[in-house]
Ligand binder design. Structure first.
Ligand SMILES: Nc1ncnc2c1ncn2[C@@H]1O[C@H](COP(=O)(O)OP(=O)(O)OP(=O)(O)O)[C@@H](O)[C@H]1O
Ligand SMILES: [Mg+2]
Length: 146
C-alpha cells in the first residue's frame, strides 16, 4: 500500500478547492485502472471539485460541472472518465437503463456522486471516498480501506 493510500485511510485535510484538486490528481495516479470511485459526501463537500482534479490529471481539458441535468458525462483523456451524479436516481433501478457499462473503454474511471442512491450497482472493489466539512470549514477526504 502506498504512503498516500495510508494517509488517505487516516483522512487528509484540504484547505481549499485547489488543494482538493491537487490531492485528487495524486490519487488519480495511484487509482487502479478500470475502477469505480464512489464519492460520498453532502452538498458542497467537494465531490465535483475532486472529479475536476482527476480530469486535470488525466489531461481532460473540458470544464467539469456537476452533471445534474444529464445524469452523467463521459470525458476522454489518458483515462476515460465517466462522471455520474446519482442524486436523482432511485435505488439503482434505472442505472441499467443508462447503459454506462456499454460505453466503458479501458482504462476507465467511473466516478459517482451520491453513490448511496445506487448501493447495489457498486462493485466490491470500488474505492469509496468520504468527503466532509470540518468545524473550521476545512474539508476532510478519507478513503475507506478495502
Ligand atoms: N477544501 C475544499 N475542498 C473542496 N471544495 C472546497 C474546499 N474549500 C471550499 N470549497 C468550495 O466548496 C464547494 C464544493 O462544491 P462541489 O460542487 O465540489 O461540491 P459537491 O460535493 O459536488 O456538491 P453537490 O452535492 O451539490 O454536487 C466549491 O464552491 C468549492 O470552491
Ligand atoms: Mg457535485
Amino acid at each position: 500500500m502506498s504512503e498516500l493510500e495510508k494517509k488517505l485511510i487516516a483522512g487528509i485535510c484540504s484547505r481549499s478547492a485547489a488543494e482538493t484538486e491537487e490531492l485528487a490528481a495524486r490519487i488519480g495516479a495511484i487509482l487502479p485502472v478500470d475502477t469505480v470511485l464512489a464519492l460520498h459526501g453532502n452538498l458542497g463537500a467537494g465531490k465535483t471539485t475532486f472529479v475536476r482534479g482527476l480530469a486535470r490529471a488525466w489531461g481532460i481539458q473540458e470544464s467539469i460541472t456537476s452533471p445534474t441535468f444529464n445524469l452523467y458525462t463521459i470525458y476522454k483523456g489518458d483515462r476515460q472518465l465517466i462522471h455520474l451524479d446519482a442524486y436523482r436516481l432511485g435505488s439503482g433501478a434505472d442505472l441499467d437503463a443508462l447503459m454506462i457499462e456499454d460505453f466503458l473503454q479501458p482504462p476507465w474511471c467511473f466516478a459517482v456522486e451520491w453513490p448511496e442512491r445506487i448501493p447495489d450497482a457498486l462493485p466490491e472493489d470500488a474505492w469509496r471516498l468520504f468527503l466532509t466539512i470540518n468545524e473550521d470549514l476545512s474539508h476532510q477526504i478519507r478513503l475507506e480501506s478495502l
